[in-house]
Structures are given as structure tokens and as C-alpha cells.
Design a protein around this ligand. Sequence first.
Ligand code: FEO
Length: 399
Amino acid sequence: MYCVRKITEDLYWVGGNDRRLALFENIHPIPRGVSYNSYLLLDKETVLFDTVDWSICRQFIENIKHLLGDKTLDYMVINHVEPDHAACIEEIILRYPEVKIICTPKATMFMRQFGFDIDGRIIEVKEGNKMSFGEHEVMFVGAPMVHWPEAMVTYDLTNGALFSADAFGTFGSLDGKLFNDEVNFDRDWIDDARRYYTNIVGKYGVHVQALLKKASNLDIKFICPLHGPVWRNDFGYFLGKYDKWSRYEPEEKGVMIVYGTMYGNTEAAANDLATRLVEKGMKNVVMYDVSSTDVSDLISEAFKYSHIVLASVTYNLNLYPPMLNYITDMKALNVQNRTFALVENGTWAPQSGKIMRKLLEELKNTTILENDVSLSSSMKEEEGTSMDDLANNIIESMK
Ligand code: FEO
């Protein structure tokens, strides 16, 4: 059964949802599923903007068949070649053999690398090129590294729709509600949107900033991303979040404590620090166990909070592996402009503070507070003073 949504008189959402996939890119948990968005323009000539993941191809084909009826498909605009959007290109070609593919030269190269049979149907476009399909004229705008180098976005000069590829996407499936004003985005979606952005595109803040600059010159009426809701108002809210995230500016002044604990002693020290911070007036404190919290959540929260405390046990005279993984991922995703504080623990040779400091020094624009707390096996009453000093320093550094 087809399932489509009308966006304007001649533009439709023809995507679908995958609620059975456990891990996006086989790495990031998606308990709320994910949508793969594709859009069909029924102008004098018909245009499909991107395809979908293979998992929902059958739904996708039913949607397109329903809307096209006897018409043929004239064009596919391929903004992004990652297989969660490009997997059904060949299926479309088989069903609509006359279809032409509009894309960047790099996208052509990538489609060939993936083994797609696209010979004789490619129209390559560059920054600022325009094409008309009847009533609608579109302009192609480069968006390299948002999130792959071949990516572009397409702006419809007639209806103001921006087909934004991965930009402005989010994890989460659409429960019949397509538009941002049909959901409570700030309550129900923002955490998944942040987790999507930071883990998928977070590394490429400079490129996102470049795209935001280009977008500021467009009169946007709709943002049509490849995942998640379509935006048709309140653009400032989401553009503002993207601006902040891509400049690596924290959303909130607050303290995120991430602890790596084997038997609960380092966790107890982290609880002590959290309590001191709250008693001193800093109530925006969150705590996460590095072993049981997915690293994609820890990355997302690192983009949210201004201060990060890492409290870790020493392990085999080295850093506790889940903590090492977290710091490595922060570096890979370009986390920067944050203030860190450290608590180490160890029974015969505490090393974790020194190792964490060295690793964090590789992050850009990072402040690491000086007075690390070093514990031997467990926190004692007399170590309250050094923990108190650390809490005071954290609060002082927020001023
Ligand atoms: Fe949703 Fe970069 O693919």
C-alpha cells in the first residue's frame, strides 16, 4: 500500500521508515527508527529527489507508482550517494529506463565505484547551475562534506524548497507526522537530532558553516532533508542549533560527568563531585557511566554542555578501554571549545589522569583544569578537600 504526503500542489514526500534497523550505519543505536526521505515533483517533467535505503525500497516504489500513474520519470536529482539514499537508484532505472540522473561529477564517480550501471544518463552539474522542469526552476548548490564530498543541495526557486541532503536530518521515524509543526520537536526530537548531527556530520563543522552561509542567501519556504521532519516554519530554531553545533559552541552552561568504574568506587567519587557542584549552586549536572552509555549519546551530550568531567579508573596500567574509546571518538568528531576536569583512580599505580590529560590536549581550544583529583582505590573523607577544590574550580571557570 502506498503512503505519501503532499508538501505543495505538485511536490510529494515518497519516503518511508525503518523501525527494524537496530544500528544506523551498523554502529549508532536508533531505538526510534529512522526515516529515509525522498521527494517527487510532478512538473511538466517529473523529478525524483534522491532515493531511499534498500530496506524500504518496496514501499518507495509503491509510492512513486501511485503518484506517477501513466507518466514516466524524467529525472533523478542525486544530492548524496551514501547507500541509505542511493541504494534504489538502479531499481528506479530498471523501472523507468528513460530517467536521467542529475548530480555532481564526484557523485558520478561514487556511483560507478558502487557498481551502478548509469552510463548514458548522467547530467553533471556544478555550483550555481540551474535547470527548469516546466514551472519549476532549481539551482544546485555544493555541500561538500555535509556529509560526503560529493554532496550538494538543490534549491527550488519556484516554491522555495531546499532539498538539503543529510543537513537538517535526524534519527527517528515519522509516525505519520511529516512536518515540524506536526510534532513537538523541542520535546520529542531534539535529542535525536543532536545525536544524528554530532555523530554523522559533527566532524565537518567548517563545511556546515559554509552551507549555512549559502543558505542565508536563499528565501527558504521548506527544508526537505533526507531524514526526519520537513521544516515549513520556525526555521530560526533549527538553523540556530546547527549554527551552534557547527561552531562547537555549547548549548548550555553545565557539567557532564562521565565516569569509568569497575566496582563502583570511581562512580562514588563522581557522585561526590556532582553533589558538591549542586550544593554550590551548579544544578545543571548530568552523569553517565561510560561503560553502559552508548558513545553516540556521550558525543551528543559533549556538544551540549560547556564542561566535561572525566573520572576514570586505571586499567592494566593504561586507560579504561571504554573511556579511551570515548576520548578517541571526541577527537574524531572534532569536539572542541570545552573545559575539562579530571579524576583518576587506581589501586597500585593510578595513571588514568595523566593519560586522559595527554589525549585531551590533542583536542582543539580545550581548557583542562589543573587540579586533577587522584584517588587510591576509593575516595576517603580527607580527599573531600581536593574534590571541593575541583568543584570550586569548575564553577569559577564558568564565570
Ligand atoms: Fe543519510 Fe550521509 O547519509
